[in-house]
Ligand binder design. Structure first.
Ligand SMILES: NC(=O)c1ccc[n+]([C@@H]2O[C@H](COP(=O)([O-])OP(=O)(O)OC[C@H]3O[C@@H](n4cnc5c(N)ncnc54)[C@H](OP(=O)(O)O)[C@@H]3O)[C@@H](O)[C@H]2O)c1
Length: 234
């Protein structure tokens, strides 16, 4: 049986990914922040194995290592999904704090969780880390003017751009081994953090992502794919 860990499993895309992976036969660990979220997760997927932790805090590393260690399995798939949108759109009070908090969650959070999971990924084959990015983290698209006129925050695109570089750094470090790392833009998903032009339900987006992971391009390592367009998302 393959084993997966999904962060941000309390709602939205993360919850849908847990359900989808469990239905495909994975043993799925879902990282959530509160005991109430554990109950909600079990309401959607009784088989999910909860881990309580906040990816923005160092303690999450011990929580994940303890939980995966108790199960005794390797880990085939880590989906770094936790994170929400931001709100401040101008250089005003509070902006530095919001940027720091979002980089801490989207970029350093993915790093903490990956660090915690790496010994378990190294024991499994295949083994893949997926960083859930966003089209808004693309410096290529931003520089080409694709987001002109959109009411975007500073913090969210900056945090996702930082996460994209993290994906590339991790891919470089892990290149000699068998653990692969990639990033995806999951589409415009109808969640609390979704953009106003979101069109895809979390269940549809999760199914598309898992389908893609199960029949991937030959080498995913160091790739960033926009699942809406099928093109690189950098
Ligand atoms: N929706 C879209 O259209 C879209 C598009 C591109 C990329 N994405 C990305 O997809 C991922 C999931 O987004 P979503 O749309 O499903 O958002 P969502 O419905 O707002 O869910 C966000 C999830 O992340 C969790 N989370 C946030 N901060 C966390 C932390 N510090 N530690 C642990 N968990 C944390 C939340 O937990 P709580 O319930 O405890 O808050 C929740 O489970 C995000 O990375 C987002 O940037 C979404």
């Amino acid at each position: 049986m393959k084993t997966a860990l999904v962060t941000g499993a309390s709602r939205g895309l993360g919850e849908a990914l847990v359900v989808c992976l469990a239905n495909r036969g994975y043993r799925v660990h879902g990282l959530v922040r509160t005991p109430q979220a554990v109950e909600a997760l079990h309401g959607h997927c009784a088989a999910a194995i909860p881990i309580i932790g906040d990816v923005a805090r160092t303690e999450v590393i011990t929580a994940i290592r303890d939980a995966l260690g108790r199960c005794g399995d390797g880990l085939n798939l880590l989906i770094n999904n936790a994170g929400t949108g931001a709100s401040i759109r101008a250089m005003q009070d509070g902006i530095e704090e919001e940027i720091a908090a979002h980089v801490n969650t989207h970029c350093l959070g993915a790093l903490r969780v990956s660090r915690a999971a790496l010994p378990f990924l190294r024991r499994a084959e295949p083994a893949l880390i997926v960083n859930v990015s966003s089209r808004f983290g693309s410096t290529t698209h931003a520089a080409a003017g694709l987001f002109h006129g959109r009411p975007l925050s500073y913090a969210y695109p900056i945090a996702k751009a930082a996460q994209n570089m993290l994906t590339l750094r991790m891919a470089e470090e892990l290149r000699p081994g068998h653990v692969q790392v990639c990033a995806v833009h999951p589409g415009q998903v109808l969640t609390a953090s979704g953009a106003p032009d979101a069109v895809t339900t979390p269940a549809e987006a999760a199914t598309r992502l898992v389908n893609w992971l199960e029949s991937p391009p030959a080498d995913l390592h160091g790739c960033y794919v926009d699942l809406d367009t099928g093109r690189p998302g950098w």
